[in-house]
Design a protein around this ligand. Structure first.
Ligand code: ARG
Length: 256
């Protein structure tokens, strides 16, 4: 009798344990066994299309993280402006998009440990009379909507910006660069590495020597999903320690 009670109790305990662990696994990602990542794939070398496929630093880091977590990676391309909402509303698990960690964004999402550094720079036409950040005062500035370039430039001059009225916002960084080529704006503020790519792909443009802002890039994750945050940080630390992260970055950003 005692023995039987014990085995019933044991089965009960095991069932509860099993249910808990399943629930945990299930709760960690939106789709079981899949890490769904949001990005905006017009941001070389971090994410861009090679044919039908999205490649780049973020895509490869996410793949390496997913592998470590035993998950399949699925990438969803959307407007940069929609990524945080998608993460916040649980449409996707994670956002990787050369995304800068900011205090405002931290209110709505969690950020992983940072995996790269970004610098906001200014692109002008080669023959432009804009030589410094001060020269931007009163000029039309192009940015990608809702990026830190947008946020900084749109701030009032007292806050180091150039005023909302002087900022033209585009859905893609490349559209802002097109506007610069067509003289619709006189400068574009955007992240350093994409800037180098855009300048290399378009004649007659150059990057100002002055850096506008230095930033940290990280993955954003739903505030409720502490478990995924812990797992992603663990994976990132391992990828840092064994040199994989640097290898991925070096593949896409050749040392000059
Ligand atoms: N680092 C900037 C930010 O976080 C720009 C990122 C844009 N990324 C993209 N995939 N379009 O606001």
């Amino acid at each position: 009798m005692k023995k039987r009670l014990f085995s019933i109790a044991l089965v009960a305990v095991m069932t509860v344990a099993l249910l808990c662990s399943c629930g945990k696994q299930e709760g960690m990602t939106v789709t079981k066994g899949v890490l769904t990542m949001a990005t905006n794939a017009y941001f070389p070398p971090y994410e861009y299309y090679e044919g039908e496929q999205i490649v780049g630093i973020d895509a490869e880091i996410a793949k390496a993280v997913a592998d470590k977590l035993g998950l399949e990676l699925k990438i969803e391309d959307m407007e940069f402006d929609s990524i945080i909402t998608a993460v916040q509303t649980g449409k996707v698990d994670i956002g990787l998009a050369g995304m800068t960690v900011t205090d405002e964004r931290k209110v709505t999402v969690n950020f992983s440990d940072t995996y790269a550094t970004g610098i906001q720079v200014v692109i002008v036409k080669e023959d432009s009379d804009i030589k410094s950040l001060d020269d931007l005062q009163g000029k039309k500035i192009g940015v990608q909507l809702a990026t830190t370039g947008d946020i900084y430039a749109s701030a009032s001059p007292e806050k180091g910006g150039y005023g909302e009225e002087n900022v033209e916002k585009y859905n893609k960084g490349a559209d802002a660069v097109m506007a610069l080529k067509n003289d619709k704006v006189q400068a574009v503020i955007i992240d350093n590495e994409p800037a180098k790519n855009f300048v290399a792909a378009n004649e007659g443009l150059r990057i100002l020597e002055t850096e506008y802002a230095v930033e940290d890039y990280a993955a954003c994750i739903n505030k409720q999903n502490e478990e995924l945050l812990t797992e992603v940080n663990k994976a990132l630390a391992e990828l840092k320690a064994d040199g994989t992260l640097q290898k991925i970055i070096d593949k896409y950003i050749p040392a000059n």
